[in-house]
Design a protein around this ligand. Structure first.
Ligand code: ZN
Length: 328
């Protein structure tokens, strides 16, 4: 019985950040570190506590933020939160015509379902806008919904990242296949290497921590989709410094321009969002305007017009296949 209470307490502490911040607000940092918190963590908690509970001129906004966070925490802490959210699903409105002759309805549902539905509609809307650039984003979303593109795609394809083992080095690319030299003097294809290491996955990417992505193996061999999936897992975000556009929404950029003879080879590709793909100085010999991305070692870097080399250092990049492979 006592053990259960302790577990409940632990769960309560972990799911009630706001309560915790309110409790530590105005506590001396030394008191927190005496409880076993690292100094940097204690500092972060106190700074956050000050944001939510400290003095401010915008007290209404601060109170609203605290209230919103608390409701969200309570929802998350409920055991069957997902089932309860599903029970609140609804489609409302659509009965009143406004002055411009339009009607509006709202759709409410669990966050994952709504996000997946919107993602499916958005994908179709992007295609519609490519064909007709005069469509606004909202118009294209409407057209895509009416065209029946609201079916959420729930299937996720696992993309497993395995580091290249010490006993294999890349020998050459042979068409769609990569050939590796083994330390015993024999060679092996990438597909054989992967089947030796793995069993039954759909997409398996091979990365070398020094030279970057090597190849992707899976049930499909469509080279563009496969390169794109490998690049997305490698990059997670657009490779331009400071950009937060997700790789899934970015374009496959040719580092050495296609026009200049650059190949559609994974080592000549980087993920750049539409804007930064346009900004990139594709001609390395022209006077620099916005700088350009290059591959250096296994990494994609940006050479700025000021001659400084930068990377996109967003923390989520630490979860990219590139970072995971390099950490081995
Ligand atoms: Zn970008």
């Amino acid at each position: 019985m006592a053990a259960m209470n302790l577990i409940d307490m632990l769960r309560a502490v972990q799911s009630q950040g706001m309560g915790l911040l309110e409790a530590v607000h105005r506590m001396p940092k030394t008191e927190l570190t005496a409880l076993g918190l690292a100094g940097s963590t204690a500092g972060r908690w106190l700074r956050l506590a000050d944001v939510f509970f400290g003095p401010t001129r915008r007290r209404r906004a601060q109170a609203d933020a605290v209230a919103a966070a608390r409701v969200r925490e309570l929802n998350r802490a409920v055991d069957n939160a997902e089932a309860r959210a599903h029970a609140r699903r609804s489609l409302k409105g659509g009965k009143n015509t406004d002055a411009r002759g339009c009607r509006t309805f709202t759709v409410t549902g669990p966050e994952r379902v709504i996000a997946a539905t919107l993602a499916a509609i958005e994908k179709a809307a992007r295609r519609l806008r490519r064909d007709n650039p005069r469509l606004s984003y909202e118009q294209a979303m409407f057209d895509a919904l009416l065209a029946g593109h609201g079916q959420p795609q729930e299937k996720l394809t696992p993309h497993v990242v395995i580091g290249l083992p010490d006993w294999a080095t890349l020998l050459r690319d042979d068409g769609d296949e990569s050939v590796f030299a083994l330390t015993d003097g024999t060679t092996i294809t990438g597909a054989e290497l992967v089947s030796r290491l793995m069993d039954d996955f759909h997409l398996v990417g091979l990365y070398d921590p020094c030279t970057g992505p090597i190849n992707l193996y899976g049930s499909r061999r469509q080279s563009n989709a496969k390169q794109s999936a490998l690049l997305a897992a490698e990059a997670i975000l657009c490779d331009w410094p400071g950009c937060t556009t997700a790789a899934d929404q970015a374009q496959d950029h040719h580092i050495a321009a296609w026009r200049a003879g650059g190949h559609t080879n994974i080592r000549n590709l980087a993920k750049l969002c539409r804007k930064h793909n346009g900004d990139n100085d594709d001609d390395p010999n022209a006077p620099p305007r916005n700088g350009r991305v290059e591959r250096e070692g296994g990494d994609v870097v940006h050479h700025g017009p000021d001659g400084v080399t930068r990377r996109n250092t967003h923390p989520i990049k630490n979860l990219s296949a590139r970072a995971l492979a390099a950490r081995r």
